[in-house]
Design a protein around this ligand. Structure first.
Ligand SMILES: [Zn+2]
Length: 438
């Protein structure tokens, strides 16, 4: 250490020996003496000046490069920033897109559910209206009772025995529906391939929608089943009068296959994701309800009651009999009921009074047109209480029991005509006793 500093001192003292600088001017010699210290200080100053000049020169010379480098650095930073901004925007857009997708899918699903619900509600409502009309008619008919006023044995409701047209048991029918609805639901896939949360929420929604879809299918199937059963019962009631129900109401033509019987599965339109099966089924059910409505109307216009609702006695049947006046065999085109004088004679079904007055042999009589080719006649009355053209309901009073015309005692002669031909009224009254459950 001391050796090195000794060396340094030696080098410095060799470099900066005391020097004298001479110069002559006007013949006079001057000299300046410079100590080693002064020389060192001067050297430092000169060195510093040189360094500064060098630095300044470098700065000037490389100014452009420095600016370019700084600019490049700024650009890199800016690019990074905008990249990050872009990423954030994209993330936001993705979330937004997912939200929109989920929302749109939710809206579409809800629309589907609602449109099916409206169809179902409409059908259920229509069927309820039909049931209400039928029930009130059934109650009135049931209150009037059979030809002798007898009530149905089973309370006031008698179920018509209908040979089940549906061989598939309900349980398997439901399982078929379940399978079909599940198959259809599996075809309905989310529109976009989403991941994570979105996929999960869409899946949950799809599952809930599929469950609801199945419920709606089952409800639809049950409406259809009940309506079909009712049509069969009502047709049987009509047929039991001897008039074919097909001649009154043409059975609905249903083109698509019967679901419950496991017809070929119609592939729903997978592109639109529309649950086609429901609408096919709903169309068919709507057609069935139309038919039920028509059958109900037909039944409403049929004379299914007795012309007397008071206590009466069935005295004479339809067909060939011994004439009570001349004793000869002749045909009796109606049936006779005996009851106390002036008992109210009532319409056996809704209709319009076609004739009200006296007719030879019939005495005071009323004729009612029920539509669909049905006409009823009430004869030998003591009094008439309606006018031609008047609208009457089931059990509206048309007159009072008497013995006018060709009659041996107080009774009402009652006829039913279908397309102008007399038919047996007793079969209609018997048919009217069948009160149906909905
Ligand atoms: Zn008679």
């Amino acid at each position: 250490m001391s050796r090195r500093s000794g060396n340094m001192k030696r080098v410095l003292s060799r470099l900066f020996k005391e020097r004298q600088i001479y110069h002559r001017s006007d013949g006079v010699v001057h000299f300046i003496s410079m100590s080693a210290k002064t020389q060192v200080a001067l050297a430092i100053v000169v060195l510093a000046a040189l360094l500064w000049v060098a630095y300044s020169s470098v700065n000037v010379v490389f100014k452009e490069q420095i600016i370019v480098a700084k600019e490049r650095e700024r650009l890199v930073m800016q690019t990074n920033l905008s990249k990050r901004l872009h990423e954030a925007q994209k993330a936001y857009d993705d979330v937004n897109y997912l939200n929109n997708t989920i929302e749109r899918q939710f809206d579409e699903t809800m629309d589907d559910i609602w449109s099916r619900h409206r169809m179902l509600a409409n059908m259920v409502e229509r069927k309820a209206e039909i049931d209400q009309t039928l029930n009130s008619q059934a109650e009135a008919l049931s209150a009037a009772g059979g030809p002798n006023g007898q009530k149905p044995s089973n309370g006031n409701r008698v179920m018509v025995d209908v040979i089940p047209g549906e061989p598939t048991p309900r349980q398997s029918r439901m399982s078929v529906l379940r399978k079909e609805a599940a198959a259809e639901a599996s075809i309905r896939k989310p529109v976009a391939e989403e991941d994570g949360l979105a996929a999960e929420s869409i899946e949950m929604m799809e599952k809930a929608a599929a469950d609801l879809y199945l419920e709606q299918m089952l409800l639809l199937a049950s409406v259809e089943e009940k309506a079909t059963q009712q049509i069969a019962e009502l047709r049987q009631v009509i047929n039991s009068t001897g008039v074919s129900s097909e001649s009154l109401v043409t059975p609905a033509k249903i083109s698509n296959v019967v679901l419950a019987q496991g017809g070929p599965f119609i592939e729903p339109n997978a592109m639109s994701g529309e649950p086609v099966r429901f609408y096919q089924h709903a169309n068919r059910t709507a057609t069935i309800i139309d038919e039920l409505e028509d059958v109900k109307k037909a039944i409403r216009h049929m004379p299914l009651s007795s012309p007397l609702t008071v206590t009466r006695r069935f005295t004479s049947g339809f067909g060939v009999r011994r004439d009570p006046i001349n004793g000869r065999h002749s045909s009796h085109h109606g049936i006779d009921f005996a009851a106390p004088w002036a008992s109210p004679v009532t319409a056996t079904g809704a209709g319009i009074v076609k004739f009200a007055g006296t007719r030879s042999g019939w005495g005071r009589m009323v004729e009612i047109d029920h539509g669909n080719g049905f006409v009823t006649r009430y004869a030998h009355m003591s009094r008439i209480s309606v006018k031609a053209g008047q609208k009457v309901d089931l059990h509206s009073k048309v007159g009072e029991l008497g013995s006018s015309g060709r009659s041996t005692g107080p009774h009402v002669h009652y006829e039913v005509l279908f397309k102008k031909r007399p038919v047996n009224p007793r079969r209609f009254i018997e048919a009217g006793r069948y009160v149906f459950e909905s």
